[in-house]
Structure formats: C-alpha cells, structure tokens
Design a binder for this molecule. Sequence first.
Ligand code: HEM
Length: 378
Amino acid sequence: MTETVFEELKRYVGWGPEDEAALRALHAPASPRFPAVADLFYDTILGHPDARRSLAGGEAAVGHLKVTLRQWLDSLLTGPWDEEYYQARCRIGRKHVQIDLPQHYMFGAMNVVRRALNQIVDDTWPSRPAELAAARRAVGRILDIELAIMLHSYREDLLAAQARRERLATFGQLVASIGHDLRNPLGVIETSLFILRTRAGEDQRSRRHLDRIGEQVGIANGIIGNLLDLIRERPLARDPVRLAEVVEQAARALDPAPARLEREGLSELPEVPGDAGKLRQVFVNLLQNAVQASGPEGRVWVRGGLGEDRVEVSVEDSGPGVDEETRRRLFEPLITTKERGVGLGLALVKHIVEHHGGSVGYAHREGGGARFTVSLPR
Ligand code: HEM
C-alpha cells in the first residue's frame, strides 16, 4: 500500500506511540492554560502591523479565532492523529491560503505555540527529566508536522494555480484564433444586413427580423471583444480617474436599471491613475452581476473607502451570495452560475484590475448577499 502524505510526515519526524502518550499526558496540565496561549498567539499577531492586516474583521474577529485556536490546541494534544485529523488540518491550511495569508507568518506563529507549550512542559515536570524530555520531543514532532501540513496547503495552491495558468494559456490561444475567425463571418453578416435593410422598404416584419439579427450580431461581437480583451495585453491609459464618475457612468449603462442603488463615500475618494474606459467596464460588470443577483426588488450598494496606499470600492448586493464551490473559481473565465452567461464578466474584472496594479476580492456580505471589493493603488 502506498504511504499517505500524513504517514510520510510522521515517519520523517520519527513519530511513534510514545509521542501520542506524551501529548495525552500533557493535555491535563496544559488545557487550563490554553486561553493564555491563545491570547499570547493573537497578541503577537496584532503586535505586528503587517500580520495584523491579515486579520480580516480586525480585533472583533480575534475573539472567534481564539476559540478556534483553543480547539486546535485541544485536538493537538488529544488526537487521534489519524487521516481525519490530517484532513481537518489541511482544511485549516486552505483557509489561510484562501485569505492570502503570507506563508512566512506560519513559522513565527508556530514558534509562539512551541515556546508556550515547552514552557508548560518545563513547569509541569521540573524534577522528572524522562517525562520532560518525552513531552518536549512529542511537542517538537507534532508542531513540525503541523507546520509541514500548513506549508503543504500553500504548495497545493501553487500547483493548482500553475495548472490553471497552463489551462488558461491553451484557452488563450484557442480563443484568439476562434475570435479572429468569427470576426470575418460576422463582418460579412453585418454588411449584408446593411444592404438588406435598404431593400426591406416598409415591410415591418422583415425590418423587425433584420433588427433582431443585427442585435444578435452585436451580442456575438461583444462576446468576442471581451474574450480578446481577456488575453490581450494592451497598454493602459494612465490618466487621473475619479471613481465616483466612473461608477455613475457604469450605473447609467445598466440594463435593466437597478431598482435601488445606493452610493456612499465615493465623492470623497482621491483620483487614481488608470484607464477610465476599462475601469468603467469593471463597474458595469460588477453592477450588472449585483443587479441580476438581487432581483427586481433587491438592493445594491457601492461604497468607497481609503486604505493606507489604496482606494477601495465595494459593490454589494442583497442577493443570495456565492456558494463555496463557485467561490474558489469565481474569477476564472467560463465559470458562470447564470443560465445564459458565458462567464467572462468577473474574469475581465480581475484582468483589468490586476493590470492596474490592484486586486479584487469576494466576501460574503453581513446579513446575506455578495460583496466584491476592488482595491486600486492611489
Ligand atoms: C500556528 C499557526 C496557526 C494556526 C494553528 C492557526 C489556526 C487557525 C484555525 C484553527 C482557524 C480556523 C479555521 C476554520 O474556520 O476552519 C484559523 C483561521 C484563521 N487564521 Fe489562523 N492559524 C495560524 C496562523 C495564523 C496567522 C499567522 C494568522 C494571521 C496573521 C492567522 C489568521 C487567521 C484568519 C484571519 C483566520 C480566519 C479565516 C476565515 O475563516 O476566513 N492564522 N486559523
């Protein structure tokens, strides 16, 4: 039978039944001190300005995280250290990857836990060197395994991103050639339409049908344009752009118009260097999704905010939000939850925003719904 990753990690650190027994023996003296370890753990993170920024929700979220860390410590010392344990640890690792937590913080964070547990070991068995040594060894081994699992999640993510990039490169080549090939027949249809329109005279039915053909050719051209925009790296204009104006223009272009669109804090935002036309496209796409997701009675909010060196605009809606599965691939092309969507809107948003040196992210909105936040350098 082939060895699992977890079994291999255990073998690598020399894990054995004596470590399991030592950790279980440590649990009783250590558990009353878990709250203090969790306090120390998050105080250390909050004391570091860059690491602190990774704590979305700020100090308010820390209360909940301390509870999860206490549970983590509890299972760390009680096991069972089986495949289920490993999978649960991988899920935690993926959470950190999902929030873009830089992996180098893991070393420092794990050392805080290591020092705290070693202190408890030293306090518990000051005059029993055999127990002390066994407990220290077991703590060292399990924390080495934990760190390796955390880093393994980052590696998995890197490999998935690489596979995605390769898929997108193939997709890009395909799109470029199909896009160009489709432009020609569509051009011929447009020319013929023009001629037919002059011949249709007053025949209303024929004119209606010709209009419909024209409309559909326009939609097909739009899709091809979006696809080609996704793969081309055209230089961007770098003009001073007022995002409040860009959002207004985007809102005016929406069809259907949103029932309730509320704006907040946009007019106070400073100008950002960028391409107004492209940024308008970003907000047309985000607003269109928000309007569609929230339905005819729904609400959409656009909010502006300032970071240290960034300008942020979030688009929120009162719709159902995005489920976990879709969320992971939300900004990839051809991912759509809409019956008639092609799945290019958000991919284009990401492409344009990143081309501006910015980022776009998704979070669930408090009280339900979706929140997309575009962050651009000032
Ligand atoms: C020894 C290292 C660490 C351990 C053992 C650990 C443990 C955990 C656990 C158990 C969770 C809950 C996961 C879940 O909800 O299923 C979590 C989530 C989280 N951790 Fe850590 N963590 C570590 C390092 C860090 C560091 C260094 C930071 C920040 C600088 C951090 C920030 C967060 C945040 C923001 C979440 C919430 C993610 C979300 O639910 O969106 N963690 N961590």
